[in-house]
Design a protein around this ligand. Structure first.
Ligand code: ARG
Length: 468
């Protein structure tokens, strides 16, 4: 069965049916489609467009379809065009001609936009809770590693000593921004298009505010042409997923590097590692690698949708059907990556000795020596040059700054003394950095405590939006 055909004399080509078909992927929207239809039927009834008896029968039949789908009692007929057709077919099977009345004052164009918005609202909530779990885990680990010293890098070259907790908190900041983006995306998605009809509105006196209330939308679309053709909320969703994935990919890349034998900073748990079919000794970080890899496809989904929307005239065009696979692909992969990263972090082993050892070589305290000379009145640029010469000497003799004999240091700068050298130990270097968000242990501890309050604050919005 088709939802159209009266004006045609010729048969639809089989190839076109396959080409046009979206049921293979939009069947996933059955819950949202039924929910929207139930609200539509109730609203039509309250407006007197359907009799109370008709309305009640339609709602009951739609609820029955939901139950049967939940229990696996109904099978999709993939020859049908889309989810809207499929549900109407089931409805007509149950109710006969009455089933044909549900589509009064509605088009698949406002219907599909409603379905997708409902679906995305659920997905955004779920993503927000997964990001929340991740931030909470990062905070927990940061607390545990508030004194674990390792090299901080720029250009992937050892730069200054930091604590691992500080590094983990940097990721927490990224994911806080993602929580913001999820919330903003949600607000723009939370707008109901139903009532726009095909494009121009409908000729029935609908109570759109009632449908809005039944479906729990925050607002109504203000222009019917825009209502059926707007997919900005899809772009927002795909962008938000892309940025989450970018953040995960940066974390993942570090985990890959840190778990190499060369670094040896961390070891992933066996449960989250894989082996090689030929090399018996291998333990591979497939999980972070796949996260890194999947980032490409999620960003690709965003790019695909941007290109689909470019130059699209008003109002609904079939091009828009392409939105769903991008949304499902990006959403599924982002969800999966968030689901796996949290337990992976919780179970990994942090090798504190290796981290400390790495921080002990490479002149990571050089900036601190320059700062100490500045304290004695040397202009910073001059101090920088002197310490540069000290480093050159150290490199030549394979010695760290504190291993170079004092007389040799004093030949470069007479102001260097024993106390100054004693202040160059890594823990002192770390704890001298007390600016906001810096690496000092006290600062890191303070931040880990504040994170939970910030997280509770950020999650208030989602609690208000109800359960999943
Ligand atoms: N499968 C379509 C989509 O995803 C549903 C809307 C079809 N509308 C139409 N006028 N053919 O966009």
């Amino acid at each position: 069965m088709k939802l159209w055909g009266g004006r045609f004399s010729g048969q639809t080509e089989k190839l076109l049916e396959r080409f046009n078909n979206s049921l293979s992927f939009d069947s996933r929207l059955w819950r949202e489609d039924l929910k929207g239809s139930i609200a539509h039927a109730k609203m039509l009834t309250s407006c007197g467009i359907l009799t109370p008896n008709e309305g009640e029968k339609l709602v009951l039949a739609l609820e029955e379809i939901a139950t049967e789908l939940n229990e696996g009692l109904l099978e999709f007929d993939y020859a049908l065009e889309d989810i809207h057709t499929q549900i109407e077919v089931w409805l007509i099977e149950k109710l006969g001609d009455l089933g044909k009345k549900l589509h009064t004052a509605r088009s698949r164009n406002d219907q599909v936009a409603t379905d997708l918005r409902l679906y995305l609202k659920g997905s955004l909530k779920n993503l927000a809770h997964l990001v929340e779990d991740l931030i909470a885990t990062l905070a927990l680990l940061a607390k545990e590693h508030s004194t674990t010293v390792l090299p901080g890098y720029t250009h992937l070259q050892r730069a200054q000593p930091i604590v691992y907790g500080h590094q983990l908190l940097a990721y927490a900041e990224m994911f806080f921004r993602d929580l913001d983006r999820l919330q903003e995306t949600y607000i723009r998605t939370d707008v109901l298009p139903l009532g726009a009809g095909a494009l121009a509105g409908v000729t029935y006196p609908l109570d759109q505010a009632y449908t809005q209330k039944l479906l729990g939308f925050g607002a109504l679309c203000q222009n019917s042409l825009d209502a059926v053709s707007d997919r900005d909320f899809v772009l927002d969703y795909l962008y938000t997923c892309s940025v989450i994935m970018l953040h995960l990919s940066r974390l993942a890349e570090e985990l890959v590097i840190y778990s190499s034998l060369e670094f040896g900073f961390i070891e992933l748990a066996d449960g989250y590692s894989t082996g090689s079919s030929i090399m018996p000794q291998k333990k591979n970080p497939d999980v972070p690698e796949l996260i890194r890899g999947k980032t490409g496809r999620v960003c690709g989904d965003l790019q695909a949708m941007l290109m689909t929307l470019k130059g699209l005239p008003l109002s609904y065009n079939k091009d828009l059907q392409e939105d769903k696979e991008a949304v499902f692909d990006a959403g599924d992969n982002t969800t999966l990556c968030l689901e796996i990263i949290t337990p992976l972090l919780k179970t990994m082993k942090v090798n504190q000795d290796r981290m400390l050892k790495a921080a002990q070589s490479g002149f990571l305290n050089a900036t601190d020596l320059a700062d100490a000379l500045v304290q004695k009145g040397v202009p910073f640029r001059e101090a920088h040059r002197m310490v540069g010469e000290i480093v050159k000497l150290g490199l030549k003799n394979n010695q760290e700054i504190t291993e170079i004999p004092l007389v040799k240091l004093q030949a470069i700068s007479p102001l260097v003394d024993k106390a100054m050298l004693e202040s160059l130990d890594l823990v002192s270097c770390v704890n001298r950095r007390i600016t906001l968000g810096a690496t000092a242990v006290t600062e890191v501890r303070k931040q880990t405590e504040e994170i939970n309050l910030r997280l509770n604050e950020a999650m208030k919005f989602w609690q208000k939006e109800g359960s999943l």
